[in-house]
Ligand binder design. Structure first.
Ligand code: MN
Length: 323
């Protein structure tokens, strides 16, 4: 998925100073953004007060939208650098094409994981024949310095491991490991992504890694965490220092638990690129606009690639959160 802001602001992140060393409760409200086609998204990260959770640096939640009589999602070819994208669905399908030649339909609770590394381009759309409802999330993971230029790769996993409890919880491990159950998806920093389905009335406790910071995004239903209700489209940031997370479901709930070791590197994120300097971003932008081989070609998409917006007049600097 692409960041379609026509005037993307430089997003400056990094630094452990901004990470509470003890459990926190910070309710992050989404802001609306437009995606290709009829798809509107609620952007949780970056957020005004909280820009990363571990290496998770971008979280969009969309739907459920009734697209029975519409084309649905339509995101033309666009580039990425130095990040991974995660496509995650609760309803519907997304057809992924990329410059490695991948052509993959991603379905609910299947992992579509694209590592951009040095550079890749992709397009995403609803297949011509699609389910009536589309409901999902698009997430980005920042790559640490040692892996910025890793070779691009696309992974599709339809057989992710799950954990169930008698208390009405089913957890699917998207990335990382929970309670000894590990996702096969490739990660480059200590990271956690878990999909959680709760039935109404469920009261369940999940083990957490205390050195990680965590956040919970509610995709459907309402969950209570430490007594605080978190409704659809909201995300509760939980800080570090928790060894468990108790969840109460007032209704059937669909959640995403995101976590990771606080990401200490300072990064520059602009449009669909991550870099460490203004030069990294300028070079990636120029190479995309020149159709450089860095970003390859995508076969079979019926539409023109997305042009990059103009760079902002102010320089892009990699800085921490505390300016
Ligand atoms: Mn994308």
């Amino acid at each position: 998925m692409s960041n379609l802001d026509t005037t993307p602001q430089p997003a400056l992140r990094g630094g452990r100073q901004a990470v509470p060393g003890k459990p926190a409760h910070e309710l992050l409200e989404p802001r609306l953004a437009s995606l290709g086609g009829s798809t509107q998204v609620r952007r949780l990260l970056p957020n005004l007060g909280r820009r990363m959770v571990g290496a998770w640096c971008f979280v969009d939640h969309y739907g459920p939208d009734d697209i029975a009589d519409e084309p649905g999602m339509w995101v033309p070819p666009h580039p990425h650098t130095s990040l991974q994208t995660v496509s995650w669905l609760h309803e519907g399908e997304v057809l992924h094409r990329d410059s490695l030649g991948s052509l993959q339909t991603v379905r609910p609770r299947e992992l579509g994981l694209m590592t951009a590394g040095h550079g890749i381009s992709h397009a995403e759309q609803s297949p011509r024949e699609h389910a009536a409802l589309l409901h999902g999330a698009q997430l980005w993971v920042a790559l640490p310095a040692a892996h910025l230029d890793t070779a691009p790769v696309f992974e599709h996993r339809a057989d992710l491991p799950t954990l169930t409890s008698r208390s009405g919880l089913e957890a699917t491990v998207i990335l990382g490991e929970m309670d000894g159950t590990r996702s096969p998806g490739t990660t480059y920093s200590p990271l956690l992504g878990v999909d959680i389905a709760l039935t109404a009335g469920a009261d369940a406790t999940l083990p957490l890694e205390p050195d990680f910071e965590h956040a919970v995004l509610t995709m459907s239903g309402t969950v209570r965490i430490d007594g605080q209700p978190v409704g659809p489209g909201s995300m509760l940031y939980l800080g570090c220092g928790r060894d468990g997370l108790r969840l109460h479901a007032d209704s059937d709930c669909g959640l995403l638990l995101l976590g990771g070791e606080p990401f200490e590197e300072k990064i520059v994120m602009w449009w669909n690129f991550i870099g460490r300097s203004q030069g990294d971003i300028e070079r990636a932008r120029a190479e995309w606009m020149a159709a450089d081989e860095r970003f390859g070609r995508i076969d079979g998409f019926d539409g023109a690639p997305l042009p990059a917006p103009e760079l902002p007049p102010l320089p892009l600097k990699a800085r921490g959160r505390v300016r």
